[in-house]
Design a protein around this ligand. Structure first.
Ligand SMILES: Cc1cc2nc3c(=O)[nH]c(=O)nc-3n(C[C@H](O)[C@H](O)[C@H](O)COP(=O)(O)OP(=O)(O)OC[C@H]3O[C@@H](n4cnc5c(N)ncnc54)[C@H](O)[C@@H]3O)c2cc1C
Length: 401
């Protein structure tokens, strides 16, 4: 967001509560939506050089090996793919761009609230006041404190399942460098391996490894010991030993908790709310970071089209309204098929859905759901989707237009 604003000639200050800017967490998939925004910012080549191209999402039942999910980006025309990245890679590309543009970043500042009159002042943790500003953009994630200042309160509802995540060295044997692979046991167990490329140029290739569980069970799992947990994982997916063998302590596993909320109107007076602060969900559909990038592009382009802040805020809210709502609803509907205590839903998933998913137009629909394009997110923002020429994408010499 800061890049869009700075390049449009505004004076920008980023406030971050960490003492130094740094990435948090493991890997994620940049979809054609997020990649288009990075292309709009001129950062596509930088991120393509680090990530791992993903062509396919494949999931199998752990006990029978039967395929229950097989989504291929190329079920639709356009040469689309995902790009799985280490969070440090995405952070590094954006942070270096912010440094090149000399964007002011103030660290160690906990933003608590705001005061809005003709302009807006930030109230920070140590009693410090920052501003006044013409516009505050709240990009502080799902635990945002600033969204309280917008009329209808809307806080995330905790989801039953979360996950242990780790970033580990990439091991290719039995794994596909261009696929997210998952194993399921009903919906209570989901194990995944996602190749995520390199955190920085020259570093070793890595994978994100995850094991879904209820955060409330995490203590019990830890108490039973690492070996018991590793044995259980390997029993369900023998090849995953290539990854569990790299884990020597529970400290290598971060416990991620998921919540779900969607703000009806993510704007207030001289305030725009973007990313997880405006809408959070489980990462089952892999859209969150991409939605945050689309939000930033929508707001950036809306501000560039008008000098009137209120009109731009209105245009931002309208541009993102349906795309956000539809994907939040899809995420809420699909997550329990993969992460819940239900016996019926995974039964339906493994029998009915797995069969129906092969019959057109289901493969095309699933591809556009993963790509983030079930409804066109670009037109209302004023963006043109990055298109790839056949045979010319990462792994096959890149060109994009
Ligand atoms: C395990 C896991 C896997 C995921 N996988 C995917 C995926 O494959 N694809 C995908 O698109 N998305 C994925 N997501 C979702 C994605 O991580 C989020 O949607 C994305 O990070 C949201 O970005 P954001 O900038 O809105 O918020 P955040 O990434 O949460 O960033 C918020 C920033 O604000 C700072 N901050 C917070 N509060 C304050 C405060 N009061 N004052 C000052 N600074 C503050 C924080 O320190 C942080 O730097 C996943 C999420 C998880 C947990």
């Amino acid at each position: 967001m800061a890049l869009y604003l700075k390049r449009a000639g505004h004076r920008v200050t980023v406030f971050e509560r960490f003492d130094e800017p740094k990435p948090v967490g493991s890997g994620l998939i940049l979809q054609p939506t997020g990649l288009t925004v990075l292309a709009d910012l001129g950062l596509l080549d930088d991120i393509l050089a680090l990530g791992s191209r993903i062509d396919r999402l494949h999931g199998a039942d752990a006990s029978t090996g039967r395929t229950v999910l097989d989504v291929r980006y190329d079920a639709q025309h356009g040469g689309r793919f995902g790009l799985a990245v280490h969070r440090a890679a995405l952070f590094g590309v954006l942070f270096r761009a912010a440094q090149r543009e000399a964007i002011a970043i103030e660290t160690g500042v906990e933003v608590e609230a705001l005061e809005t009159g003709e302009r807006t002042t930030l109230i920070c943790g140590n009693g410090r006041r920052a501003g006044p500003f013409d516009l505050v953009v709240d990009a502080s994630g799902s635990r945002s404190k600033l969204r309280r200042s917008v009329s209808a309160p809307c806080e995330p509802r905790p989801l039953t399942y979360g996950a242990f995540w780790a970033s580990l060295g990439w091991r290719g044997e039995g794994f596909d460098e261009h696929a997210l692979l998952q194993r399921y046991d009903k919906a209570s167990v989901m194990i995944g391996v996602l190749p995520i490329g390199r955190p920085e140029p020259g570093a070793e290739k890595m994978a994100a490894f995850f094991w879904s569980l209820k955060p409330s069970d995490a203590e019990e799992v830890r108490a039973r010991g690492l070996d018991a947990w590793k044995e259980r994982v390997v029993r369900l997916w023998p090849q995953s030993q290539a990854y569990t063998s790299q884990i020597d302590s529970f400290d290598q596993l971060s416990l991620a908790r998921y919540g779900h909320h969607t703000m009806k109107r993510p704007v207030g007076r001289r305030l725009a709310i973007i990313g997880d602060a405006a809408h959070s969900t489980s990462p089952q559909l892999g859209q969150g970071a991409n939605m945050a990038l689309l939000d930033a592009a929508a707001l950036g382009h809306a501000l560039a089209r008008t000098l009137n802040v209120e009109a731009a805020l209105d245009a931002y809210a309208r541009a993102r309204r349906w795309h956000v709502r539809i994907f939040q609803a899809l995420s809420l509907a699909f997550t329990p098929f993969y992460q819940s205590d239900s016996v019926a839903l995974p039964f339906i998933r493994d029998r009915l859905v797995a069969t129906v998913a092969k019959i057109p137009p289901a493969p095309q629909f699933l591809a556009s759901m993963v790509a983030g394009t079930v409804i066109d997110p670009f037109k209302r923002i004023g963006l043109e989707e990055t298109r790839w020429n056949f045979g010319q994408n990462p792994g096959h010499d890149t060109t994009a237009s």
